[in-house]
Design a protein. Structure first.
Length: 58
């Protein structure tokens, strides 16, 4: 499985493979990965705002 496909599945952009086995621990791991990707994206947006947009308006 490719990295981009896996990220798309974590963020509910792409449907997951129905033939793939899912254990309880796999669900926990995917949930933690989903949270970490979302936190990273939020931090990236905040950094762009602070470093690019705020200096433009000063």
């Amino acid at each position: 499985m490719g990295v981009w496909r896996q990220i798309a599945e974590y963020l509910y952009i792409k449907k997951r493979d129905p033939n793939d086995t899912r254990t309880q621990w796999m669900k926990y791991m995917h949930g933690m990965n989903r949270i970490s990707i979302l936190v990273f994206l939020i931090a990236l947006i905040i950094m762009i705002i602070r470093l690019v947009l705020i200096p433009l308006f000063k």
